[in-house]
Design a protein around this ligand. Structure first.
Ligand SMILES: Cc1ncc(C[n+]2csc(CCOP(=O)(O)OP(=O)(O)O)c2C)c(N)n1
Ligand SMILES: CC(=O)[C@@H](O)[C@H](O)COP(=O)(O)O
Ligand SMILES: [Mg+2]
Length: 637
């Protein structure tokens, strides 16, 4: 349903926006919001965050000279209004689709995206970089970071504030405080901000101070101004930021353009030092179905604009994340040492289900993956059984905590790694491509990968009982494959895989989510007269050496398949075989893994096709390894 947008129709870039009179900005923002709602209703994506910053985005591009002034969004999931008014309205309905716009800011997409995002809490550091670059290059530009209250729970945000405050960098941090993360925010900072943005005392004190000041002699006024400054700090979020070297402004109403524009104009014209503008907004603002929902429509499927009803498909099998959570609940009912930990992703990991049953044994630590891991290490060191449930991609943020605090000390922290492999619409930044490589090189680490949802039940139970050191288990985003589900998880023998299908000529050794494609490939190969074994490795570390030797000795060729980058499972198998001397005797082995590129978003099926990791590709590699002609006709099949 196209929307009437007469003002927006004449704004392709911010330079066009700046031709509008300030009195037109309200209507402009309304049109921008309507266009965004209409667009996301057909693409799905991150709706609530962008709705909350329609006025803020309008005011920033109106006041600052973007793209020369560098505008850096934190996470970037709120950037859809920004993309619409920076030359991408014509492509906004390709959002998060193959060949379409990214769902986050992306340098290669536009000069108005000076910095890519998607993982939280990076914007202040990046904006500090741009501010210092501007100083070195003697440019009269400024940099602006827009960071949410949830992202302010990320430790890196303080590293940025600390340094920028010390440097006195000419930059603006706009704290977009909507009192929401994906879930309601957690942590002392969010409480601190809540006090600031809701303290009537603060608003009264400041208004009173201003009125009084007008009627006093200068000397007394200066005293009062100092008092006002201190008073403001006392009851608002200012003190913390001002102690870090920022001039604090706010809180101001982030939906009121009559407040936003003049404040940003003043801030723009300030001659020195970093400024933090505390803006209060509503996530999902301007669209009642979003505003009324618990998660403010953080991430939505396609939806009907009028009713707000999302068009979600019916699942054919249980979602991996729910299988994990339900199994963990069962294990925790038997064992009160089990603790759940999430880094601001209670719904994404389904630990919210665990928290409902065990509220006292579930922690949401905010967007603080490093802390989550070392916090878990502390719990494990004293005998508890912590499950630090962090997406594969977000665990990258905590790598040194995994090495330094968990692996070296050989502490039994459990790492359920959801979103392993390619994740689809979130694209390059959220792919869980590297955990096999970055964990598999660590001594003491045990790594499992679920071939289907039944395997995930067993792996969760196995991890619960495993106290010999750190254990990670990975599983894909989304639904399982529809296998029969066990009542209880059985304890897997550590380091042991399983034969799923017996054959004689070629062996496919699959790890994790490519198991179904491996079985499909085996069917095709059998139909071509090539007897095929399929084994599920289950463990990337320790490797099942007996299984590998059996497959090598009983078949002409071995193909390894994994939903991970180079340097992962296949490499570990090659390392092992190189030690046996078997590679010297012309062993036919092929390792199939993700390509050495950051793949853009598309459906997972198409992404795995592009990665050449679907059944047809496995068939092709097996035939090639056997020295048989290619089977292009099957590929087209
Ligand atoms: C390092 C990292 N961990 C987790 C996430 C998942 N994530 C995306 S947005 C979000 C909440 C952000 O809250 P806030 O900054 O307040 O933005 P809002 O959605 O409220 O606009 C989270 C946890 C992430 N992007 N990066
Ligand atoms: C913006 C962000 O990082 C999260 O919202 C992420 O997109 C969630 O991913 P899932 O949809 O896989 O839970
Ligand atoms: Mg927020």
């Amino acid at each position: 349903m196209a929307v009437e947008t007469p003002l927006l129709d004449n704004v392709k870039f911010p330079a066009d926006l700046r031709k509008l009179d300030k009195s037109e900005l309200r209507q402009f923002a309304d049109e921008l919001r309507a266009e965004m709602i209409d667009a996301v209703s057909v693409t799905g994506g991150h709706l609530g965050s962008g709705l909350g910053v329609v006025e803020l985005t309008t005011a920033i591009h109106y006041v600052f000279n973007t793209p020369d002034d560098r505008l850096v969004f934190d996470v970037g999931h709120q950037c859809y209004p920004h993309k619409i008014i920076t030359g991408r309205r014509d492509r906004i309905r390709t959002l998060r689709q193959g060949g379409g716009l990214s769902g986050f800011t992306k340098r290669s997409e536009s000069e108005y995206d000076p910095f890519g995002a998607a993982h939280a809490a990076t914007s202040i550091s990046a904006a500090t970089g741009f501010a210092e670059a501007s100083r070195h290059l003697k440019k009269e530009t400024t940099s602006i970071a827009v960071i949410g209250d949830g992202s302010m729970s990320g430790g890196m945000a303080y590293e940025g504030l600390n340094n920028a405050g010390h440097l006195g960098s000419k930059m603006v941090v706009i704290l977009n405080d909507n009192d929401m993360s994906i879930a309601p925010p957690v942590g002392a900072m969010s409480a601190y901000l809540a006090r600031a943005s809701s303290s009537g005392v603060y608003q009264g004190f400041r208004t009173f101070g201003k009125q009084l000041a007008k009627r006093l002699p200068k000397a007394i006024y200066n005293q009062l101004a100092k008092a006002e400054e201190y008073g403001r700090g006392m009851v608002s979020g200012g003190t913390l930021f001002e102690e870090l070297g920022f001039y604090y402004v706010g809180p101001i109403d982030g939906h009121n353009l009559d407040q936003l524009v003049p404040v940003l104009e003043n801030v723009r014209d300030m001659k020195d030092g970093p400024v933090l503008v505390h803006v209060v907004t509503r996530k999902g603002a301007g669209y009642p179905p979003a505003e009324e929902s618990a998660d403010k429509y953080h991430g939505v499927a396609k939806f009907d604009v009028v009713s707000g009803k999302q068009k979600k498909g019916t699942p054919n099998a249980p979602a991996y994340q729910k299988v994990f959570a339900k199994t963990l609940i069962k294990e925790a009912e038997k064992d009160d040492r089990i603790i759940g930990i999430t880094a601001a992703m209670p719904s994404g990991t389904s630990l919210d289900m665990f928290a409902e049953v065990f509220p006292d044994r579930c922690y949401d630590v905010g967007i603080a993956e490093q802390h989550a891991v070392t916090f878990a290490a502390g719990l494990a060191a004293d005998g508890l059984r912590p499950f630090a449930a962090i997406y594969s991609t977000f665990l990258q943020r905590a790598y040194d905590s995994v090495v330094h605090d968990v692996a070296i000390q050989n502490l039994p922290v459990r790492f359920p790694m959801d979103r392993a492999g390619l994740v689809g619409a979130d694209g390059q930044t959220h792919a869980g491509s590297f955990d096999l490589a970055y964990l598999g090189c660590l001594p003491n680490m045990v790594i499992m990968a679920a071939g289907d949802e039944a395997e995930l039940v067993h792996m969760t139970a196995t991890a619960a009982a495993f106290d010999d050191g750190p254990i990670a288990f990975r599983y894909p985003r989304g639904e399982g494959v529809g296998v029969d589900m066990p009542e209880q998880g059985k304890l897997l023998e550590i380091g042991k895989g399983r034969i799923v299908r017996e054959g004689t000529k070629v062996a496919i050794l699959s790890l994790g989510g490519r198991l179904q494609e491996s079985l499909k490939a085996a069917d095709t190969l059998e139909a071509q007269g090539i007897s095929t074994t399929v084994a599920d490795a289950r463990f990337a570390k320790p490797l099942d050496h007996d299984l590998i030797m059996r497959l090598v000795n009983e078949h002409e060729a071995l193909i390894t398949v994994e939903e991970g980058s180079r340097g992962g499972f296949g490499a570990f198998v090659l390392h092992f075989l190189s030690e046996t001397g078997l590679l010297d005797n012309g062993l036919k082995i092929r390792t199939m893994h993700l390509p050495d590129v950051f793949q853009d978003q598309d459906s997972p099926e198409k992404m795995y096709d592009a990665a050449r990791l679907n059944a047809a590709h496995i068939v092709e590699r097996a035939r090639e390894a056997l020295g048989m002609e290619s089977n292009v006709v099957t590929l087209r099949g």
